[in-house]
Design a protein around this ligand. Structure first.
Ligand code: SF4
Length: 446
């Protein structure tokens, strides 16, 4: 379609966002700026003057999905700006869609705005400049992702994130805390801390001291977590690489400063394969630390992700992984079948496994884990848990989450019908039943 048919109305931008929570935060920052400059955000392709597609480039299936989304936006609208992780592979996009207006890489709000100004100039309207201080969010009003850094200093052989997003750049601690305070003041009840590598926060700044409300705070995860924990919202940590100083966070969880939840992507448990992945390889030590974390904080929920079928993985390596899962008794586990990503150094490793075997091992791992997860979840039956309500059901009940459940990736707590349930409310729920992923219960007072 051509430029805006309604010359008196603000220019209108459509937005399609794919990918992980980190990409979602990029999208939120872009739409906040887009609204701040007086553009309207519209939900239908046909209503937009330009469509921005925020892409993902993590694995081949995500790349295909992103390319399809660009194609759909071109078919339905015709004027498309591409941004996000796949944007770093401009040639690949141009080969298939030479007609896209502009392509920018990940975390490039300035690049998107430049392209937008060139293809759809803004109109100044003071009323549309009234953006709330916490920015515009794509998540429900009661929880929000808080991105604390960009990029990564590791070089895991299966991952191209560092070549797409660069080395670690931490946000100043005062800025992160300011954003968190705006979010909590705007009604956010749960802050989900994310980055590529959350435990590395501040390494690039040599943990320098910043300021928050006139007091010094070090740019370091423990100190950041302590300050966030005083804001009166749930604080949940994601993508925590297993550095030794992660141990410092567990007492904060035991004391209720942070949610007793840790998302630690371990990827494998065969030392040989971990070395091939360029990940920390001391599996015995990891297991010891998990046991000591649980001694300090028995309520801890541990989530991890693994890769099955990495190049060179033997049946024995895979068995070691299953034995680790039995010994570690992780609460929540995700597993990807290894997928070669263009540009990843793991593609050059010998002994690649056939796709069917990679998928077979992924399924075996998930079957193996199912009874472990179910056993862990059953310990909650008979307890009263604090639950944050996400949505109401037609029957008069609600769907919520406890400390053990991050939105979208973990389970839920189904709450039986009760009067006066509200989205974003904390409830005490007696847990009546559990399956492998979800809990159900009824509201109690207290
Ligand atoms: S730590 Fe995560 S983001 Fe960094 S290279 Fe490894 S997998 Fe990629």
């Amino acid at each position: 379609m051509g430029s805006s048919a309604r010359n008196s109305s603000p220019p209108r931008v459509g937005f399609v966002s794919l990918g992980c929570p980190k990409a979602l935060v990029d999208a939120e920052q872009i739409i906040t700026q887009v609204r701040a400059e007086g553009y309207d955000i519209v939900a239908q392709y046909g209503d937009a003057d330009v469509v921005v597609v925020n892409t993902c480039g993590f694995i081949e299936s995500a790349i295909d999905e992103s390319l399809d989304a660009i194609g759909e936006a071109l078919d339905e609208n015709g004027r498309v700006i591409v941004t996000g992780c796949l944007g770093a592979q401009e040639l690949r996009i141009r080969e298939r869609y030479p007609e896209v207006l502009a392509i920018t890489g990940p975390h490039d709000k300035a690049g998107v705005m430049q392209a937008l100004h060139a293809h759809l100039p803004p109109r100044h309207d003071p009323f549309t400049s009234l953006i709330p201080p916490q920015g515009l969010k794509l998540t429900p009003a009661h929880y929000a992702y808080l991105k604390i850094s960009e990029g990564c200093n590791h070089r895991c052989t299966f991952c191209i994130i560092p070549s797409l997003r660069g080395d670690l750049v931490s946000r100043p601690v005062g800025e992160v805390l300011q954003e968190a305070e705006h979010l909590v003041n705007a009604g956010v009840k749960e802050l989900l801390v994310i980055s590529q590598d959350t435990s590395a926060y501040g390494v690039d700044l040599r943990y320098r001291t910043g300021f928050w409300q006139g007091r010094p705070v070090r740019t370091r995860l423990t100190e950041l977590a302590q300050a966030l924990g005083k804001m009166g919202a749930w604080v949940r940590l994601h993508y925590v690489y297993p550095y030794p100083h992660v141990d410092e966070l567990i007492p904060l969880m035991a004391d209720g400063v942070l949610l007793p939840y840790l998302d630690v992507p371990l990827q494998h448990a065969s030392p040989r394969l971990l070395r091939a992945m360029k990940r920390p390889g001391d599996v015995e030590k990891t297991l010891e630390r998990i046991h000591s974390w649980r001694r300090i904080c028995p309520d801890l929920t541990l989530r991890s992700t693994f890769i099955a079928g990495f190049p060179g993985e033997t049946e024995q390596d895979f068995e070691e992984l299953l034995q680790f899962l039995t010994a570690a008794e992780l609460d929540r586990v995700g597993c990807f079948a290894y997928s070669p990503v263009e540009g990843a150094s793991a593609n050059a490793l010998p002994d690649a496994l056939p796709e069917s075997l990679r998928h077979e091992r992924q399924e075996r791992l998930m079957r193996h884990q199912e009874s472990i997860s179910a056993g862990r979840l059953h310990r909650f039956v008979g307890q009263v848990r604090q639950v944050l309500v996400d949505e109401l059901t037609e029957e008069g009940g609600a769907i919520g989450r406890s400390s053990a459940d991050a939105p979208d990736i973990d389970g839920v707590v189904t709450i039986a019908p009760a009067p006066d349930l509200k989205v974003g409310q904390f409830l005490s729920v007696h847990i009546d039943a559990a399956d492998a992923h979800d809990l159900s219960g009824h509201r109690v007072m207290g």
